[in-house]
Structure formats: C-alpha cells, structure tokens
Design a protein around this ligand. Structure first.
Ligand SMILES: [Ca+2]
Length: 100
C-alpha cells in the first residue's frame, strides 16, 4: 500500500517542481496573518497555529496574482526556496512529512 505522503515524494521528482505547497494559509483576506493548518495522520482532526517564523522572499507576501487572492504559502524555486503567497487553487508539488 502506498500512503499519500510517500507517494507525493516519490512520484514527482524535485527537479520537476517549481514550487511546493505548504500547510500555510492566510487568515485575514489581503492581510499578513498566516497559520499552519496541519491534519492529523488519520485526517480526522486539524491543528491550526499562527505562523510566527517567516522566510518570505523580498516583497512577499504581495497578494498580487491575477488568478485570485494569494492565500496559500509555497516554497518557490524561483525565489531560492523562500516563501511566496500564491492562489490556493493553483496546483503545486507538495511538502510531505514521512517517518524515517
Ligand atoms: Ca506572491
């Protein structure tokens, strides 16, 4: 059986990804407050915590997309892996946590 987290790591090569979705999400539309929304392993519960450490790329978060509000957080390859806010509706590679 392949679990979702491991599958996303091994099915998509890192070199194919220009950005990685995270669990970060804006909570004040157009503002600068973001939280981590992390689901439990069984998916039945969620932990929400205010993001206090940030690593935004210069000028981010800018909420500037023509596609809609940039309410999700990604690690963006074009920004040396620093953070970018981008539309939650955009497909992206995933950051996964796996047991080792
Ligand atoms: Ca942005």
């Amino acid at each position: 059986m392949i679990d979702g987290a491991r599958y996303c790591v091994f099915s998509v090569g890192v070199s194919e990804c220009i950005g990685f979705a995270t669990a970060g999400q804006r909570i004040d539309p157009g503002g600068s407050k973001f939280v981590w929304r992390v689901k439990s392993a069984d998916g039945n519960s969620e932990t929400v915590s205010l993001i206090t450490y940030t690593d935004w790329y210069t000028g981010e978060p800018n909420n500037s997309s023509s596609l809609g509000n940039e309410d999700c957080v990604q690690f963006y390859h074009g920004y040396d892996g620093k953070w970018n806010d981008y539309p939650c509706t955009e497909e992206d590679c995933s950051v996964c946590e796996v047991d080792i």
